[in-house]
Design a protein around this ligand. Structure first.
Ligand code: BT5
Length: 317
């Protein structure tokens, strides 16, 4: 849903209902209805009978501020910012052919955020919904390296900035205390074995109350973990710095070892559903091709891609 009134709300500044109504060419009642809808989707909007409305998003993602404090050589130097998009991965795909390596697309809200396998990804205000276009000089068969680099970067940014112990659940979720704080969606375009580009979509719950999500998602957020909001601008900068650092050593053993060391999955009993079939067993190791090796009743089984549920004994964790 497009929120017209949002265009007239400026973080921290009051604007009267009359002024918004005049600009939009609608009644004040219609403005009030839109403000209610915006609040329902998670925007924090203060209202006062005398002063009007004010967006309480002290830390609105400001692309200029992000750029000016960016500590990267190229990653995020081309940055496209939107208040609202369907999906940053889709926007990235439309840019990918001609944009430079490391281009970033960032949005306050996604209306059709996507997970893997056509699942949806909730993307209300207060999160980081961002995609990075990467053009690594790698054959398609090694594209999984980009996935490792990005998951690693997000986990490291959370530990470095907030001392949160982030772990990577195979293949690409970031967990804190067993709860999902971030999901990564990698989309690849290649011709034969030549990799054209990878789009790495990062969804990270930052200043969001996870009780707004269904309990079965077992989701958490940074504000939930720390008990206070944090600067998303600073966090975007740190994640981009970490992604660039990992990207520059994409082929190295170091990436692989760090990625393995943050695994929440190895040593756990897991249930896998994949193209290779569905099975249960103990996750024993991570291959250098990003695969997960599981000890099942019928011997060792290796999976390259799939869904993984962590089990405690035979029960779901
Ligand atoms: C993922 O999929 O975890 C990948 C999510 C990637 C989202 C980013 S945001 C920027 C870029 N643009 C996009 O359109 N997508 C990317 P998957 O492993 O399939 O997990 C999806 C499942 O996670 C859903 O079925 C829910 O159970 C749960 N879920 C949905 N939204 C969530 C959220 N905000 N936090 C935690 N869990 C969520």
């Amino acid at each position: 849903m497009a929120h017209g009134a949002l265009c007239f709300l400026c973080p921290g500044l009051w604007i009267s209902g009359e002024e918004i109504a005049a600009q939009m060419g609608v009644s004040r009642a219609a403005v009030w209805k839109q403000v209610r809808a915006l609040r329902a989707s998670g925007y924090r909007i203060e209202s006062s009978p005398r002063r009007g409305y004010r967006l309480l998003e002290a830390d609105c993602l400001d692309p200029e501020r992000i750029r000016s404090g960016l500590q990267t050589k190229f990653l995020g130097r081309e940055l496209h910012y939107f208040r609202e998009v369907e999906s940053t991965n889709d926007v990235s795909r439309s840019l990918a052919e001609s944009c430079p390596d490391g281009t970033v697309v960032l949005a306050e809200v996604q209306t059709r955020g996507r997970g893997r396998l056509a699942r949806s990804w909730a993307s209300p205000p207060g999160g980081i919904w961002m995609s990075v276009v990467l053009k690594p000089a790698l054959p398609l068969s090694r594209a999984y390296r980009a996935n490792m680099a990005v998951s690693l970067a997000v986990a490291k940014a959370l530990s470095r900035l907030y001392q949160l112990r982030a772990e990577i659940k195979w293949p690409n979720d970031i967990l804190i205390g067993g709860r999902k704080i971030s999901g990564i969606l990698m989309e690849v375009r290649a011709e034969l074995d030549r990799l054209d580009y990878v789009i790495a979509g990062v969804g990270l719950n930052v200043n969001i109350d996870p009780s707004r999500f269904p309990a079965e998602w077992n989701a958490t957020s940074i504000s939930d973990q720390l008990g206070h909001d944090v600067s998303r601008t600073e966090l975007v900068q740190e994640i981009l710095r970490e992604i660039e650092e990992a990207y520059l050593k994409l082929g190295s053993e170091e990436i692989l070892e760090e990625w393995r060391s943050l695994s929440a999955t190895t040593g756990r009993y897991v249930r896998i559903s994949s193209l290779e079939g569905d099975f249960e067993g103990e996750a024993v190791s991570l291959g250098e091709d990003g695969s997960l090796c599981i000890k099942t009743e019928n011997g060792l089984q290796r999976v390259l891609a799939g869904d993984c549920l962590h089990l405690r004994g035979r029960e779901e964790a």
